[in-house]
Design a protein around this ligand. Sequence first.
Ligand code: SF4
Length: 369
Amino acid sequence: MNKQRKAVALISGGLDSMLAAKTVMDQGVHVEGINFFTGFCVEGHTHAIRAKAKAKPKRNNALWVAEQLGIKLHIVDVIDEYKDVLINPKHGYGANMNPCLDCKIFMVNKAKQWIAENGFDFIITGEVIGQRPMSQRRDTMPVIARESGADDLLLRPLCAKYLPPTVPEREGWVDRDKLHDFSGRSRKPQMELVKQYGISDYAQPAGGCCFLTDPNYSAKLVDLWQARDNNREYELDDIMLLKVGRHIRPAANFKLIVAREEGEGRFLEGYRKEYISLFSLSHSGPLVLLDGTPSAEDLHLAAAITARFGQGRNAESVEVTITQKDGSERRLRSSLSPAPTFRRRGIYEPGRVKRQAFVMSAAGDSYAG
Ligand code: SF4
């Protein structure tokens, strides 16, 4: 009796990786999934904190796909190793801060190591020729196979017919005739296949699952590095916080993270020991974290902005509490005159450069305690 072959499928949570895994499973291969957690995944805990898009299921799509397929999913933390991929991508970035080609090479290489350690035979990805401008092109497909070290142990079931036969095809572990010839950006063939499989629910296409393809997120990431003298090192908390709140940089030496809703406020609460925090005492308003080294004058401005985002935005004065990292508090009263004292501060919201905010002048603010 022939030995049952084992493959690991890179599962992003999107439709393509789901179909690729299913195509191979249907040929009698034992498939397990692998998902790499880089810290930039859209899903995860920050995905679930906003009330926005309530209709959308709050789920980890990679886990959900594995459940739909009835396969085991291995979630691998690559946060630290991934830093080098993002900071020094040999093949550069895509339209935003997405180093897609280096990222794919890195992940396939990790999968290659994984199959060697776990006694699996080959690797499956959901790549489709011509679907993504950077990593899924005819000329970059061989680069991924070669530079990852996976070579012809890497099977792309959705576009295999356009590629040279891989080991699983040559060895007869899978039937090449039952693999696909999808290409280009059209999703029609995938839609057809999904119908054949009777799958009615699936996540957005690839790319939508990664913050690095998001222009606003990318702008905030670049801003973070610039504010640190172009030191690109980062911690998980740095990149998680970029996913949450409105980020406002009134000056090079500090920025504010303003919760946009209750869920974000609760999330930011968890960081109050690591950042200076502000909230309006006299009126309801959002929790604001301050990242940086503000001067006394900067704190006036930060308090004015905090007031601006709360219910006291039209009040004559707003009392704001400023809490230092050590827990010590001071109160500051922003005496805010209405419209005439507004002046343009050149407040910079990374990713929203064209919509510069107007905030109240800090000149009328005074300490109340
Ligand atoms: S979209 Fe993100 S996760 Fe996907 S290949 Fe590009 S950088 Fe990697």
